[in-house]
Design a protein. Structure first.
Ligand code: OAD
Length: 245
C-alpha cells in the first residue's frame, strides 16, 4: 500500500509548538518484541494475561510470574530500537516542546535517545519490593525464585503496572497535561483499548490538537483522528521525518 504524508500534516508539523506522542507495543514490533493483542504473534495469544500480569497471580504462583517476566526481560534486553524509535528521537530535536508517553515497558525509546519521556506502565528492567513498593537496585542471588528484598525479605517483583493496579500518579498527571496542552498528538502502534492511556488522544482532540494515528490496523481512534496513516511505525515515521518541516 502506498503511504502519502498529507501536506496539511507537514504544515501542522512545521507550526507545532508542542508535540505529544503516545506509543504502544506496535512501535516495538519491528524490533522483534511481540505485541499484546496481535492474533498470531502476540504474547497474550499464548498466555492468559489475567494469569500472569496481576498481583493475585503473583501471590498464587510467584515463581511462574517471575520467570515469565525474566523471559520477557531477556527478550527486550536483546532487542534493538528500530527506525521508528529513532525517528521519534529526531522529532524531539525539531520542536520546541516534545512529550513522549509510552505504554511500553521495554525501555527502547530511552535506549534510542528520547529525552522527555513518561513510562505509564513501568519498565521491565527495573525491580521493586512487593510489600514496600520501592525500587530495589541489588539483591542476593541465592537461587530462590523470585529473589527477596534485602530490606524486608518480601518477594521482589517487576516494576511494571499489573492489571487492576493504579498507574503512577505523577506519570498519569503529566501525560494528561501533555494531551491537553499539545497542538499535535501522535498515537502510534497502540490498539487503544486499555484505559486510561486510550483516552489521551481524545483529550487532545477535545482540546483542539491535530491528532495523527499510525497503525496498520483500525482502532477505536481511527475514525476520529485528523489523519490516519495506515502502515508500520518503522516505515511511516521516517517518511514523516523526511518531509520538509
Ligand atoms: P496491543 O498489542 O494491544 O496493540 C498493538 C497495536 O500495534 C495494534 O493495534 C497493532 O495493529 C499495531 N501494530 C502492530 N505492528 C505495528 C507496527 N509495525 N507499527 C505500528 N503499529 C503496529 O498493544 P498496546 O496498545 O500497547 O498494559 O497495549 C496496551 C496495554 O495493554 C499494554 O501496555 C499492556 C497491555 O495490557 C499493561 O501490561 C498494563
Amino acid at each position: 500500500m502506498r503511504i502519502e504524508i498529507p501536506n496539511a500534516l507537514i504544515d501542522a508539523l512545521r507550526h507545532a509548538q508542542h508535540i505529544a506522542v503516545l506509543t504502544g507495543a506496535g512501535v516495538s514490533a519491528e524490533s522483534g518484541v511481540p505485541t499484546f493483542r496481535d492474533a498470531q504473534t502476540g504474547l497474550w495469544s499464548k498466555f492468559n494475561p489475567q494469569e500472569l500480569a496481576t498481583r493475585k497471580a503473583f501471590q498464587r504462583n510467584p515463581k511462574m510470574v517471575w520467570e515469565w517476566y525474566a523471559y520477557r526481560r531477556e527478550l527486550t534486553a536483546r532487542a534493538e530500537p528500530n527506525a521508528g524509535h529513532y525517528a521519534l528521537v529526531e522529532m524531539e530535536k525539531r520542536v520546541p516542546q516534545f512529550t513522549l508517553i509510552t505504554q511500553n515497558i521495554d525501555g527502547l525509546h530511552e535506549r534510542a535517545g528520547t529525552k522527555n519521556m513518561i513510562e505509564l506502565h513501568g519498565n521491565i528492567q527495573r525491580v521493586k519490593c512487593l510489600r514496600e513498593d520501592v525500587r530495589v537496585e541489588s539483591w542476593v542471588e541465592d537461587g530462590e525464585i523470585p529473589p527477596r528484598c534485602p530490606r524486608c525479605n518480601s518477594y521482589l517483583r517487576p516494576d511494571v503496572v499489573w492489571f487492576g493496579e493504579m498507574l503512577p500518579a505523577f506519570a498519569l498527571d503529566e501525560a494528561f497535561r501533555a494531551a491537553r496542552n499539545c497542538d499535535l498528538f501522535f498515537s502510534i502502534g497502540t490498539s487503544g483499548v486499555v484505559e486510561p492511556a486510550a483516552s489521551l488522544p481524545f483529550v487532545a482532540l477535545r482540546n483542539g490538537a491535530v491528532v495523527v494515528e499510525i497503525n496498520p490496523d483500525e482502532t477505536p481512534l481511527s475514525r476520529g483522528a485528523t489523519f490516519r496513516l495506515c502502515g508500520a511505525a518503522g516505515v511511516v515515521l521516517p517518511m514523516i521525518l523526511g518531509a520538509p518541516f
